[in-house]
Design a protein around this ligand. Structure first.
Ligand code: S3P
Length: 437
């Protein structure tokens, strides 16, 4: 089991880039695979999660080439061109891959089975299976968890579905099945979630209409291949936004980051905490807005995180908890029960790690209450178990900017699921870490 050994440092500074967006990369492979024509993708995230989707699409008969670094060429087989895989499709650690593929495979003529690693095999799948069954899909789970077995040949009908939880994965699973359904598919969100599927479907020529929290999709006759540029992953920039805020360095610039407003709740939360952030050099990568983000050290203060920002920052809470632990006063997060069903129970695992570093925190059913230790009250350092969760491992790496002693983080191999090259990028920003077997 690999570990990070992270030595205390005070300054993080410089200019970095983060790898491509994970959510966008998964979707590019899936939609490219069922489009007519060749989809060229640049800035693709070559992480284990996205490679699991790539393998699955290949196993379903899509030829996918990798002409260069972070480049992918998807030779689409058309909406009816996928073929049965000869084996169960292993989605690795990726909930996004499994739930979106469940939607896509519900509309196929053949049977499929989806499996994953020990974390994914424990994660809830009924949230996606339930609306898909209402559309006419035949899906079996094992007590609500994988393996997910999808029987082919079902005739799907469009539904009007009100999501019980704010989940872009479930929304996307329903929309992907909607491509194969008779009639209109409508999804109603309880709160806005990331809209990469909607933006990308439009780019592939699918009629999709978004108004008043309702997303309406008309099943297209075909999808048209296109060229896609994947922005840097905002969720990967999150660790450096915190690093730049809590360090004593001259500031960090993170270049080429996706700033889709359905993803950037963390910028609003950090701003409320008093962070010094500047979003500059606005541009677009296809359907997605992109910018550079400059962050300078600031005295953070504790806040009650507004609940409407939670779904817009859902993957950033491990990093935000570290920021809160460095803030003056108490930070309270509520309305974030979804954190309990991510790659780990991110409320329990972050609380365990923060306590190991000397932070006083209280676990709430749907969040956490954290007593900040502002500058001059360093963390103790210590041993952290990431429980195999990539974002927990990366968050505690950043805590070394406020630590008196070294931090040893166990079970870090899964950093490769979302952020290949994290170690080198973190070092280039001034952090002092090594990986040991
Ligand atoms: C994702 C949606 C979110 C997020 C995940 C990626 C996506 O999950 O946490 O990392 O790409 O659609 P939920 O839909 O479970 O909120």
């Amino acid at each position: 089991m690999s570990h990070y050994i992270v030595q205390p440092v005070q300054g993080a500074a410089g200019s970095i880039r983060v790898p491509g967006d994970k959510s966008v990369s998964h979707r590019a492979l899936m939609l490219g695979g069922i489009a007519d024509g060749v989809t060229e993708v640049r800035g693709f995230l070559e992480s284990e999660d996205c490679l699991a989707t790539m393998k699955a699409m290949s196993a379903l008969g899509v030829v996918i080439e990798r002409p260069g670094v972070q480049e992918v060429r998807v030779r689409g087989v058309g909406m009816k061109g996928l073929r049965a895989a000869t084996h169960a499709l292993d989605m690795g650690n990726s909930g996004t891959a499994m739930r979106l593929m469940t939607g896509l495979l519900s509309g196929q003529a053949f049977d499929s089975e989806l499996i994953g690693d020990s974390s994914l095999m424990q994660r809830p799948m009924e949230r996606a299976a339930t609306p898909l069954r209402q559309m006419g899909a035949r899906i079996a789970t094992l007590n609500g968890r994988p393996p997910v077995k999808i029987s082919g040949g079902s005739n799907l009908n469009g539904i009007r579905y009100e999501l019980p939880v704010a989940s872009a994965q479930v929304k996307s699973a329903v929309l992907l099945a909607g491509l194969y359904a008779k009639g209109t598919t409508t999804v109603i969100e309880p709160a806005v979630t990331r809209d990469h599927t909607e933006r990308m479907l439009l780019g592939f020529g699918c009629a999709i209409d978004v108004a008043n929290g309702e997303i309406r999709l008309e099943p297209p006759a075909r999808l048209n291949a296109c060229s896609l540029e994947v922005p840097g992953d905002f969720s990967s920039s999150a660790f450096f936004l915190v690093a730049g805020s809590i360090s004593r360095g001259s500031g960090l610039t993170i270049k080429g980051v996706g700033i889709n407003p359905t993803r950037t709740g963390m910028l609003d939360i950090l701003a409320l905490m008093g962070a010094d952030l500047r979003v500059v050099n606005h541009r677009t990568a296809g359907a997605e807005p992109v910018a550079d983000i400059e962050v300078r050290p600031a005295k953070l203060k504790g806040i009650h995180v507004p609940e409407h920002l939670v779904p817009l920052a859902i993957d950033e809470f491990p990093a935000l908890f570290v920021a809160a632990a460095c803030a003056d006063g108490e930070t309270v997060v509520t309305g974030a029960e979804e954190l309990r069903v991510k790659e780990s129970d991110r409320i329990a695992v972050m609380a365990e790690g923060l306590r190991a570093m000397g932070v006083d925190c209280e676990v709430l059913p749907d969040g956490m209450r954290i007593q900040g230790r502002p500058e001059g009250h360093a963390f103790s350092g210590g041993k952290i178990d990431s429980h195999g969760d990539h974002r927990i491992a990366m968050s505690f790496t950043v805590a070394s900017l406020r630590s008196a002693g070294p931090i040893e983080i166990a079970d870090v191999a899964n950093v490769a699921t979302s952020f290949p090259g994290f170690l080198q990028t973190a070092r280039s920003a001034g952090l002092d870490l090594v990986e040991r077997p």
